[in-house]
Structures are given as C-alpha cells and as structure tokens.
Design a binder for this molecule. Sequence first.
Ligand SMILES: Cc1ncc(COP(=O)(O)O)c(C=O)c1O
Length: 393
Amino acid sequence: MKNIDSSLSHLLCPITSEKFDPDYPHRLNPSTGRPLLVKYNLEIASKTLTKNNLKFRPPTMWRYQEVLPVRNPENIISLGEGFTPLLKLKRLGKFLGINNLWLKDESLNPTGSFKARGLSSAISRAYELGIRDITMPSAGNAAGAMSAYAAKAGMNAHVFMPKDVPIANYIECDYYGANVHLVEGFINDCGKASADHAEKFNLFDISTMKEPYRVEGKKTMAYEIVEQLNWEVPDIIIYPTGGGTGIVGIWKGMDEMENLGLIDNKRPKLVSVQAEGCSPIYDAFIKKEKFSKEIPYPKTIAAGMRVPSVIGDFLVLNAIKESGGIVVKVSDESMLNSIKLLSKFEGVFSAPEGGSTLSALEKILDSNYISRDMKIILMNTGTSLKYTESVKS
Ligand SMILES: Cc1ncc(COP(=O)(O)O)c(C=O)c1O
C-alpha cells in the first residue's frame, strides 16, 4: 500500500479555543487543566480518505491514517488493532424481539480490549515525538495494552493499577516487561501515584484524556461501525462509560466523517452506561450539570467502569446531550446475567462492561426512547477471559 499522509493540523482546547503546536508533547491545557483535542485538515484528508480507496486498505484501524496523528508511517506501533467484527445478533435479537441488533466485538483486539486502539495511537505518537519512558494509571485493560505496545516499541513502561485489579491484567503486564505498581485504592489514587512518579523520574504520563492521542485511536470505532454498515449510520450506540474516552472518540469520529463527506448529518443517539456502584456521569446528566462529582466509594465488578472522577466529564456529557442520548445505570448482577445471554445466544464471552450494554438495552427497551425496528449497536469493549475471578458463578 502507498504511504498515506496524516492531515494532523493542531491541538485545540475545547474550552478556551486556544491552539497548540501538535509537534510538541503537550498533555492538558496548562491554563484550564482540561484535555486538548486533535484537529486535522479534513479538506486535504477527504481527497484520499474516500469510500473507494478504503476498499483496498488493510483491515486495521490504521486504514484511516489521514485522520490519525502519526506523520511518518514508520513510527506506527501496531499489533493489528481494529477492524473488529460487527456481528449481527440474530438469536439474541429474536429473543428480545429486535431484528436489527448488532455487537461490535472489541474483545478481538490485541490484548483483548478496545484499549488497544487508544494505546496504539498514543504510543505511536509518543514514539514519534521522541518519548521513550512512559507511565500510566489503569483499571487493568489499558495497562495490558500499554505494556504490550511499549514492548513492541522498545519503550520503558510503568503501570499503576489498584491492588485488586483482575489477576490476568497483572500477569500480562509483567510478561510484557512493564514495571508494575499495585496501589492501595482506586483508579484516581493510581492516577496520583503515576503523576508523582512521572514528575520524579521524568516520565511521560499517558493517562486517558490527559494526553490528546488516545481518543484518536478510539474514534476509529465510529469509522468502522459506519463503514461495516456500508456507510449507514446506526440509530443507537450503547457504550459502557468509565473515563469516557470511548464516547468522546465515537462522537468526534462521527463529526469528522460528516466533514470528510463520508456521511450526512444523521447521528446515532449515544446511550452511555454506568454501573450502579459508580455513576458520576449519570448523576451529572440527571442533574443537568456540566461537570461531574467524584464518587467516594466506587464499587463494581466492571473494573473499567470503576472511575470515580472523570477528567473529560464535560466532553462526555456534551457528546451524550448533543446526540440526543441518555445515561442508564445498571447493576453488577444484571451485567453477569447479560454476559450469560451473550455467551449462550451468540458465543461471545463479553466483559462485564460489554454485558452492561445489553443490561441497559433491556432496561430501556419498553420505554418510548427506543423502538424495536431501530438499528442498535452494543459495544463489547473486552473479554471476560480477563475477569474469570469476578464472573465465575
Ligand atoms: C473493558 C472496558 N470497557 C469500558 C471501559 C471504559 O472506557 P472509557 O474510559 O472509554 O469510558 C474500560 C476502561 O478501562 C474497559 O477496560
């Protein structure tokens, strides 16, 4: 395949509209302490990122390279992430009385979760910017992905995870050669420990939303869903929300696709799912607040949804609102039940986070919000093979 150029243009603060140089390793906007977003020259990108050209590109997320942030393709650190299956859930759909139900199965990514996308993008860009020493807090899946991509890049990686992280995540990071630190507390305590370590040892902290490039990998889920539906935008996407990067990425991807002329102005409604034991975005959404409040004692088996304070909360809430979406809270018990349904009806051993999307669908199915003829996408963000200790019955 011919080299494709990234149309990377600048970094933008969505609060102050300040622009930043993308070729400097920025993290947050220092004046607001809030995330920066990556902007591209979409007019240039649209000349080559066409439906026809895409037919001839390899089945990884890097097929959308015009709208990914790596300037020199030699710097791409890839394990084959992306272009995961979009499965039609025929048996489960029939059981629920829906004939257009789909599952984007992100568990088939390298390291078994959608986190591979964000970390392939962020680590490739960090590598391109000359960074070789990185650190990150994680609920588990991101740490596994980060450690694998750091190994592939030959980088020195530190990961900070809660002490009760799923054992599989601990073991894989160790095998990938990362320096694993287990922290007493939750993901935000890991965030503080990682930030201190970054400062002390001059490491680049690659925490979600605290650097601009992880969102870029995650937005490719939107491009893929629409491309796999033959450029039809679905009616509803149901997504499990922890730090919210997935929701923000999907919304950004939709916007870009319209500006690239790949879709019209139809948008999916984004249904964000939170766990009953940790629901900062739900609480803020219900109270119509712009920012969320920290949850003091977060508790859920879905480790990726146990995020008590959300740094990109305003972006997540904006995306949900703009899309006409809602936030639904579900119990751990219902997630376990949903994993069973997805396993038995469709042969997909989804992560609890993925199961939560089916629980949310069941909860809203008889409301006026949804109709049974809509095209509905459930996002299975990972695999329960990494959560066997918490999902065993
Ligand atoms: C399997 C899984 N699903 C969902 C999430 C939440 O994703 P986001 O941070 O994009 O909201 C995570 C995050 O750790 C995860 O590991």
